[in-house]
Ligand binder design. Structure first.
Ligand code: GAR
Length: 189
């Protein structure tokens, strides 16, 4: 059965577009892109891909609770099987997560449990580790702590700069995220 997906993003949206392009292979349909601020590039990608985009602007809400109610109300217009986070840079509350238990999936640019948080690539680079990577995991109430679905290691070589590492991480994400989602949709995790 085709899985209906909501993608949530806060930035450029390259992973969103990569998933959209691979939708048929994944037997999924992205019903909506939800973004948390206006004028981010992901919205332009959605327009080009003819995927509905809803802006739930964090600045329009007094509290996180109301903001999340806004997300839920946007989601309620669609029949969604999974929420796929693709560069969504906000921490969701336990209340929100409990409403979608094991239905929210996140992409994180490090080999968890190392380098949790907002700057996974830079933190790994600055620490000087020689191996970092990409993780796809279910979202639980902790920060980047949910059950791991899949991971790929990325070697940091002597000549690498932050920019070359970012590029390697993104290329790895474009392979890993679709493969990990396929595992979930096929019931292999
Ligand atoms: C990706 O590298 C993703 O792993 C990261 O944001 C980037 C989004 O890129 N997510 C996190 O750091 C979540 N903590 P994109 O907007 O081009 O897809």
């Amino acid at each position: 059965m085709v899985k209906n997906i909501a993608v949530m993003a806060s930035g450029g949206g390259s992973n969103f577009e990569n998933l959209a392009v691979k939708s048929d292979f994944l037997n999924m349909k992205i019903k909506v892109l939800i973004i948390d601020s206006p004028e981010i590039y992901a919205a332009e990608r959605a327009e080009r891909l003819k995927i509905p985009c809803r802006i739930v602007n964090r600045q329009d809400f007094k509290s996180k609770r109301e903001f999340e109610a806004g997300i839920m109300s946007a989601l309620a217009d669609f029949e969604i099987d999974y929420i796929v986070l693709a560069g969504f840079m906000r921490i969701l509350s336990a209340d929100f997560i409990n409403c979608y238990e094991n239905k929210i999936i996140n992409l994180h640019p490090s080999l968890l449990p190392a380098f949790k948080g907002k700057n996974g690539i830079e933190d790994a680079f600055n620490y000087g580790v020689k191996v970092t990577g990409v993780t796809v995991h279910f979202v639980d109430a902790g920060i980047d702590t949910g059950k791991i679905i899949d991971q790929t290691a990325v070697i940091i070589e002597d000549g690498d700069t932050l920019a070359t590492l970012e590029e390697k991480i993104h290329q790895t994400e474009y392979e890993l995220y679709p493969a990990a989602l396929k595992k979930v949709f096929d019931g292999r995790v």
